[in-house]
Every structure is written in C-alpha cells, then in structure tokens.
Design a protein. Structure first.
Length: 404
C-alpha cells in the first residue's frame, strides 16, 4: 500500500481544503498519516486518515501573527526549529512513498529535501513563484503590513536560518526564496483564471479548484424555511479566527435592518450573541451556519476574504463584499475586486452608511453576479478534490520504462 505523510499547520483555512482530498486518497487505496495539532484531530480522523499529533509543542497563534508577514515567517521558522528533528525521525521510521505538506508547513518540505523523498506542496490560498507580482518589492511591502520587523526579530530570523542551513546542510538563502521555490508538484486550490497571473505558472502547478464536498449536518438551522425566501438572503461571516468584531456586527444591524432580505450572520464561538441584542427581526444570528448549503440561495456574501469562503461563494456564483482581517485575506479581496466579482471594503469604511451603500451597489448591478459566475464556472471546471487526487496518484505512479 502506498504510504503518504501529510504535514499541515493548525489552521482551519489550511486544513479544510485538504480533507476531501485525503478522504479521496483513502478511497483509492492510499494510506495517509496526517500530522497536525490536537484541535484538528476530530475532523482529520473523520476522513479515514490516521491522525498524528506533533510530538513537540509549539506556539502558533494564527490571530496574533496573521496580520503581519514578518511575524508569520518568524513563527513558522521557530516552529520548524522545534518540529524538524522529530519529523525527520518520523519520516525515517515510516518510510513514506510520498510527503505532502502545506506550503506554510516548511518542516515537511525540509524533511523531504533532507531525506530525499518525493514531495508535493498544497496551496490553500494563491500560489507563489519566482517572478511576477508575488516576488516584487511592491507585493512584499503590501503583505508585510505597515509595521516593519524589529531588530530582535531580524536577528532571531537570521540565526534560525543559519542554524538550519548548517545543521542539515541545506541551501536556504532567505524565507521568501524558500517559500517561492516550486515543489516538484504543487496542488493549488483555486482555478488558473482566479489565480493572479495564472498564465505565468508552469506545469508543476496544478490548479484544481476548491474542495467542495457536501456536509449534510445542518443541525437546527432553519434551512428549509429559508429556501422559500431565496435568493432574498444576505449572508455575513468573518470566518473562524478573526471574528471578534462586535462593532462590525452592530454596524451591519444598522445598515441592513430595514431591508426586505433575510440577513444570516455567523459570528463564531467567541462572541456572546446576547451581547449583540437587540437583534433586528430580519436577522438570523448564530455561532455557526451550514455555509455550503446556504450559499446556493444567497444573493450577497459579506465575508472576511478567507480563500475557502471566497471560493465557496464564487463556486455558487454569489457576489462578494470582502472585509479582510489579515494580509493573506487582503490579497484575496484585491483579486475579487480585480475580477469584478465583488468589492473590497476597507476597515475604515465599515460604518453603517458605507455598508448600506456598498450593499446597494452590489445588489443593484448585475455585472458583479456575472463576473462571479464566470469565476465560479472556472472553479467548477478545475475538478476539485477528485482532480487533486488524480494529480497526486499520477505523480507517484511509475512511468513505463522509467528506472531510478
């Protein structure tokens, strides 16, 4: 049986797109051992994969590092320093036929390179490569945020790279070139059309689109009642991490309370809904909603700009208002605006008046829906998790007449 080791970071946005792929690989007879942290155990085990927690504890708080790429890069390097020795032992013991790693789980990539194992990168957001916008000074400054790294961070970062380079005899010039160096195969969970500068990527990059898979469990959410109101639904969600925004939710109440549409708002587990009361009668506010089931009947999606949420919205041809909370989401919001599928709304523009005007603009202009439909069609045609599994299996299947 072909054995695959999968390494990821403990973030829902990076884990969720891989789960249908892992389930599909299991259906096709591959053994998958998936490494993450305990909070991801349940959802990973439901795919049929064997879950393994990282042996060493490391700190990675997505909310605290997500808004600045310097903090993120340093956190990943510090995690790599802690995790890599144990990962190397795991790989040598398990003797995998293949390593798959999230593009931010650099310990997986380094382990594969050190032990000379075949490896594949999984991109839950846009892909990076040499050349084009993703290695330009403009891009690096944009994702870095307004606050430059402190001297202590620069020193820490340099020492960690030096330590890894010398200890394992590997070539790491800096974190940006290492991130942008293509793996032999790169699975990208978007379409070539939605990927910025999609035509600049070579055949090592396989744009498979989002992993859309029915979830079925809708709990006590009144989905059937809402079907009768579709498409008169506005859906609001800021995702699972950056959702502590009570002032934003209150502004949404003020902006949308007098509209004929039903407004469904998902606020996550970190907000006490009673603190938001009084809730307007046309609103349904829940900690969680069945997003995939709701989107097909939605006329506007107000989202934080996480790649999964944006892809799911576009997959169902829903126009978007994107309110990004982190650097990565800012890029996605820009791309939505560039394609005409929605509007990127800045943090300073989320007062009730601007929210109302932006909603009116999107719902009053059918071009947003048409652009979203064009992108959505490209996401559907990309093939999804089944195409990802096809590419992975093709990558490890020996070619006739090939010898090592």
């Amino acid at each position: 049986m072909t054995r695959v080791l999968f390494f990821n970071i403990p973030a829902h946005g990076h884990t969720n797109p891989t789960l249908p792929v892992v389930r599909e690989l299991g259906r096709r007879g591959l053994e998958v051992i998936y490494y993450s942290t305990e909070e991801m155990r349940d959802k990973i085990e439901k795919t049929g994969a064997e879950f393994r927690p990282y042996r060493e504890r490391y700190d990675f708080d997505a909310e605290s590092v997500g808004e600045n790429v310097h903090r993120l890069a340093l956190a990943l390097m510090e995690a790599c320093d802690v995790l890599l020795p144990g990962i190397l032992e795991e790989v040598e013991r398990e003797k995998p036929d293949l390593i798959i790693h999230d593009h931010m789980a650099i310990w997986g990539k380094l382990a594969a390179k050190i032990l000379k194992k075949p490896h594949i990168a999984s991109f839950s957001t846009f892909a990076f490569t040499y050349g084009g916008i993703f290695s330009s000074p403009h891009f690096l400054l944009k994702i870095a945020g307004d606050i430059p790294p402190g001297i202590s961070s620069i020193i820490k970062f340099s020492l960690l790279i030096k330590k890894l380079r010398e200890k394992y005899q590997i070539d790491i010039a800096n974190i940006f070139t290492f991130f942008m160096e293509p793996s032999p195969l790169n699975i990208v969970h978007t379409s070539r059309l939605f990927q910025p500068h999609g035509d600049s990527f070579d055949e090592r990059y396989k744009f498979v689109g989002p992993s859309i898979e029915p979830r079925y469990d809708t709990g006590d959410f009144p989905l059937e009642e809402l079907r009768n109101k579709a498409p008169k639904i506005i859906y609001i969600s800021l995702g699972t991490v950056f959702n502590r925004r009570p002032e934003f939710y209150q502004n949404c109440f003020q902006a949308l309370k007098d509209r004929e549409e039903t407004v469904v708002m998902s606020v996550g587990q970190n907000i006490n809904i009673s603190c938001l009361e009084p809730i307007p009668p046309n609103f349904i506010v829940r900690p969680h909603v069945p997003q995939l089931e709701l989107l097909p009947m939605t006329s506007l999606f107000i989202t934080h700009g996480g790649m999964n949420s944006v892809s799911e919205g576009l997959y169902y041809h829903v126009p978007l208002m994107v309110f990004p909370q982190a650097a990565e989401q800012d890029m996605v919001a820009d791309r939505v605006a560039q394609t005409g599928a929605g509007i990127h709304i800045r943090k300073e523009k989320t007062d009730a008046k601007n929210l109302k005007n932006t909603v009116d603009k999107i719902l009053g202009d059918d071009s947003f829906h048409k652009a979203g439909k064009r992108i959505g069609q490209s996401l559907k045609e990309a093939g999804g998790y089944k195409k990802a599994a096809d590419e992975i299996i093709d990558f490890i299947t020996p070619r006739p007449g090939f010898t090592e």
